[in-house]
Design a protein. Structure first.
Lengths: 317, 270
């Protein structure tokens, strides 16, 4: 038993480095998606103190809209454009109908409101698109579906082209968001709004504009993750789960921190894969990926309640 | 508008016409009357002070000017036009910048980023071009950066440019807040108790900066203060409030000799 936990996994890793690389690669692919989704949460949280429970259903909704539009005979890439328009309209509507009337209410009320949005989108989505599973239009979008086989250390490493595309697109999106937040006035406005509403108003920042903007960014993220995840698992309401994978990322990285979301996402993606393959499957019969991230996050919280990168709140008395 | 000729101050500065005029402003919160029928004007280029004991309604008045409160009655005239009810960010975009009594800075951001937010009112490039870092947004960012560096130099905070604001001592935070307001190149700068909670040395520094700002940039300044000594040295004209009413208005000299003002400060029973 002792050896199974503390010795054998490491021996396996060293003995089959090509397989280790395969595991790491697959962890990275999930990790970058977790990071992207976590960024969507962080942006909304920083600019409005709202924990956006609806992020998961937004992923489903975006994917369903895309597939649905394509099914109506609209060319794939035009469908993507139209889906973005739909996500923008959704952002405007949420700001107008849900957030604006609730300005100044306690955070918990706004959180409840996002649960309301979730339930509404589930019902609305089912009514329009139907509840049955659909297939993501991967090929029609021109996303490559083959694979490349490498032979490192005389072994095998299979890289799905879909995964490569996901990693490239997600990385570019994350970098673009970082640059936007750090080097443009709009980005500064988003960060500023999270720090102090009054001060933000006094320098001419409009709450409404920023809220629409961050919800739209969350919508874009939802679409990208919806396509990436939908291409592997199909488009159904179960896709929502990917967003809850971002919860331990947020616990780990802190709700405030952009760096935390990225590093936390990658860490969880890779660690949960490693744990599943080397400890979970041999010792626990597998399926550890559903809970490992949460346990990891809880352990981190025991030692650092503010998360790895969260802002430590020190209140002067 | 009454007259637009302006006047010449004791130290020989030419003051221009009316920039902002408050006409019969009343502000109620439920049954409480915070401001009662107050009128006064702010001239271009002057340092105008609003003073009064605690709870006189000074801050409420500043909040009316900056759009945080909407007056229950009365009109606000700005640059010769009646101002419709506006949100604070719209007022800011019209060129009214302000600081806060309890310091409202973006604690997690660096001094430089904080001051850069002051330039938001001058942002014209659209979201898309900013997201893609296109020509216009890029030039604008450079230009903003240059102006901000000038303000930072002016207020002598170069050495803390990259420090997160949360780590700064109180006096410096006040200065950063002033820098952010200045970066907007405002037509009217509102200062809510800029010297509150400062020691003598910091007060002297702040007074010097306020005067320098007025001098260098010709910025019109309206400030609130309850330290009489500071106000008398700084300002050209003073409005005195007590219990929501205006009890005096004039040069520091006139106000000092006004019996109502003396009573208010010494606490004659009402």
């Amino acid at each position: 038993m002792f050896a199974d936990i503390f010795i054998n996994p490491w021996v396996d890793m060293v003995e089959a480095p090509d397989f280790l690389m395969q595991v790491l690669w697959e962890g990275l692919v999930s990790g970058i998606l977790y990071a992207l989704i976590a960024l969507g949460f962080v942006l909304i949280f920083r600019s409005s103190r709202i924990f956006n429970f609806a992020q998961g259903i937004m992923v489903v909704f975006a994917a369903l809209t895309l597939v649905g539009l394509f099914a109506m005979g609209i060319p794939a890439w035009i469908s993507v454009g139209l889906t973005l328009v739909v996500m923008f309209v959704l952002a405007v509507t949420i700001e107008r109908v849900v957030l604006r009337p609730l300005v100044g209410q306690p955070d918990i009320i706004l959180f409840m409101a996002t649960i309301g949005i979730t339930l509404f989108l589930i019902g609305f989505g089912e009514t329009i698109f139907g509840g049955e599973n659909k297939v993501m239009i991967t090929e029609e979008l021109g996303i490559p579906t083959g694979d490349t086989v490498l032979e490192p250390f005389g072994g095998l490493l299979i890289l799905q082209h879909l995964d490569i595309t996901v990693v490239v697109v997600a990385t570019l999106l994350v970098l673009a968001l970082l640059a936007f937040l750090n080097y443009t006035q709009m980005g500064r406005a988003i960060r500023a709004l999270g720090d102090d509403h009054q001060a933000a108003l006094s320098v001419g920042i409009s709450l409404q504009t920023i809220w629409v903007l961050v919800w739209f960014i969350a919508g874009i993220i939802a679409l990208v993750t919806g396509i990436a995840w939908g291409a592997r698992a199909g488009v159904s309401f179960a896709l929502e789960v990917i967003a809850y994978k971002a919860l331990p990322v947020l616990m780990l990285g802190g709700l405030e921190s952009i760096t935390g979301a990225i590093v936390g996402g990658l860490m969880i993606g890779i660690l949960e894969k490693l744990f599943e393959i080397y400890w979970g499957q041999p010792l626990l019969g597998g399926n550890t990926e559903t809970w490992f991230a949460f346990v990891l996050a809880l352990i981190v919280l025991l030692f650092r309640p503010q998360g790895l990168f969260g802002e430590r709140i020190i209140e002067r008395v | 508008m009454k007259d637009t000729e302006g006047y010449v101050t004791a130290d020989g500065r030419q003051i221009g016409g009316t920039l902002m005029e408050m006409k019969n402003i009343t502000l109620r919160f439920g049954g409480v009357v915070a401001i009662q029928d107050i009128s006064f004007d702010i001239r271009e280029g002057e340092v105008r002070a609003i003073i009064g004991p605690n709870g006189a309604g000074k801050s409420s008045m500043l909040n009316v000017i900056s759009g945080f409160y909407t007056p229950s009655e009365g009109e606000v005239w700005y640059k010769g036009q009646k101002r419709p009810p506006m949100k604070p960010f719209e007022v800011a975009r019209q060129g009214v910048a302000r600081t806060f009594q309890n310091i409202a800075l973006f604690e997690g951001m660096t001094v430089l980023d904080n001051v850069m937010t002051g330039r938001l009112t001058h942002m014209t490039a659209g979201v898309a071009s900013q997201a893609l870092w296109w020509g216009k947004a890029r030039n604008e960012e450079m230009e903003n950066r240059e102006k901000v560096e000038r303000v930072i130099d002016f207020l002598e905070i170069q050495n803390i440019r990259k420090t997160p604001v949360g780590r700064l001592p109180y006096g410096l935070k006040k200065r950063v807040e002033l820098a952010r307001a200045l970066a907007a190149e405002p037509s009217l700068l509102l200062l809510d108790e800029p010297m509150a909670g400062m020691n003598v040395e910091e007060k002297e520094d702040m007074s010097r900066f306020v005067l320098d700002v007025n001098d260098e940039f010709g910025t019109t300044i309206c400030l609130i203060e309850h330290d009489m000594g500071v106000v008398m040295d700084l300002s050209d004209r003073v409005v005195v409030m007590d219990y929501g009413k205006k009890i005096g208005d004039g040069t520091p000299e006139e106000v000092r000799n006004n019996q109502d003002v003396i009573d208010a400060y010494l606490g004659v029973p009402h």
